[in-house]
Design a protein around this ligand. Structure first.
Ligand SMILES: NC(=O)c1ccc[n+]([C@@H]2O[C@H](COP(=O)([O-])OP(=O)(O)OC[C@H]3O[C@@H](n4cnc5c(N)ncnc54)[C@H](OP(=O)(O)O)[C@@H]3O)[C@@H](O)[C@H]2O)c1
Length: 353
């Protein structure tokens, strides 16, 4: 499997490094977490479900990456920390960030990998379309809430790794109806959410440079197709035209698809390889910078989506990033106080070595 599958060439050990991985309980998110853990990194495994999270942790601990004898896996494995996070709830994201910043002094990479792909129209508890919130808006909020902490620790490099898909190429931004509720099409909703990930990365990169936050680096990437997962998702996704075409492709081209471990390689490259530090803000495929779809290179759309996302998440709407991060900091202090008063915890247990 995986005729076109580049490998992350980084052989670094990761003792003392901290990684947050959304979507780490399944698929390539779990393989990314496995690799980081066996290199000695501390990995925060997020999930909506305590049991699923603990099962993933057991699996990661019991099975090393397939090339176990390679240099980067020699030594003690790291630490796996389970934490509850539901990207379909803006409240859950705020609580997660409060708890994370209270318990973890710094983060070396935030890997935004969780996703949903489904055929039925669904509103999240915040009233957004489910693909839009899970795949994009939730990760937008998570990243923005972490920025004040990253600004404080600007001497420690933190990489924001936004996992997208080749489906971003079919995406179009429908700013008049970002949720797509008027004429619902799940394929359009999904591809718009994946295009949004690239536009956000573009806007974020520009804002970070304007702010002089040289320690924070953002990437977007397409990890490549995983046959098993894609087939499972497409069965769930039902009969839309784009999905039908993709299903046919999967059946015909199985040898071209990757295993989840192979698909994790570009994510790992962006999260840990020194080489990627030279390509801040880039879109990656096969462990190399690549050209995204033209609609992902629109600065106008990137700015518009950024502003609109601030509004939808209830964040202060200002073009001044310094002011924005100051205000987010104040807001998060209030959320932390409320959580303390109500004794809310998003951690499942303190740690799992
Ligand atoms: N599979 C492919 O062929 C393919 C191709 C191109 C790009 N990608 C991209 O690669 C990434 C990983 O895909 P995958 O197929 O490996 O994923 P997957 O196996 O379907 O796993 C999805 C993950 O997302 C998490 N998740 C779903 N809804 C969530 C929510 N509301 N809040 C928090 N977490 C949520 C799940 O965690 P819990 O259920 O534990 O909460 C699970 O760990 C995605 O960004 C996807 O777009 C995949």
């Amino acid at each position: 499997m995986g005729l076109f599958s580049s490998k992350c060439q980084c052989i670094a050990r990761l003792e003392g490094k901290v990684f947050v991985v959304t979507g780490a309980t399944a698929g390539m998110g779990k393989e990314t977490a496995r690799d980081l853990y066996w290199r000695g990194g501390k990995v925060i495994i997020t999930s909506r479900d305590k049991k699923k999270c603990m099962n993933a942790i057991e699996d990661i601990k019991s099975k090393p990456p397939s090339n176990r004898s390679s240099k980067q896996y020699q030594g003690r494995p790291g630490q796996l920390i389970p934490m509850m996070l539901d990207l379909c709830s803006l409240k859950s994201i705020r609580e997660f960030v409060c708890e994370l910043t209270a318990t973890t002094p710094y983060v070396n990479a935030l890997i935004n990998c969780a996703e949903v792909l489904q055929s039925c129209k669904e509103k999240t508890q915040d009233g957004f379309e489910v693909h839009f919130q899970t795949n994009y808006l939730g990760h937008f909020l998570l990243t923005m809430l972490l920025l004040p902490r990253l600004r404080k620790n600007n001497s420690i490099t933190c990489r924001i790794v936004n996992v997208s898909s080749m489906m971003h190429k079919y995406g179009q931004m429908n700013f008049d109806d970002l949720n797509g509720f008027k004429l619902y099409d799940p394929a359009k909703a999904y591809s718009q959410s994946k295009l949004s990930v690239l536009l956000f990365t573009r806007a974020l990169e520009r804002k970070l440079r304007e702010l002089g936050l040289s320690g924070v680096i953002a990437y977007s990437l397409n990890p490549g197709l995983v046959a098993e997962d894609l087939r499972r998702s497409l069965v769930d996704a039902g009969g839309q035209l784009l999905f039908k075409a993709a299903r046919l492709l999967v059946r015909c081209c199985v040898p071209l698809f990757k295993t989840p471990e192979q698909a994790a390689q570009t994510i790992l490259h962006c999260a840990i390889d020194e080489e990627a530090l030279n390509h801040s803000g880039c879109y990656y495929e096969e462990c190399k910078p690549a050209k995204p779809a033209p609609q992902a290179e629109s600065d106008e759309d990137a700015e518009r989506l950024f502003r609109e996302s601030l509004r939808l998440c209830g964040l202060p709407q200002t073009d001044d990033m310094d002011e924005l991060l100051d205000k987010i900091n104040v807001e998060m202090t209030a959320v932390a106080a409320e959580m303390a008063a109500n004794q809310v915890h998003s951690g499942i247990s303190s740690s799992s070595n």
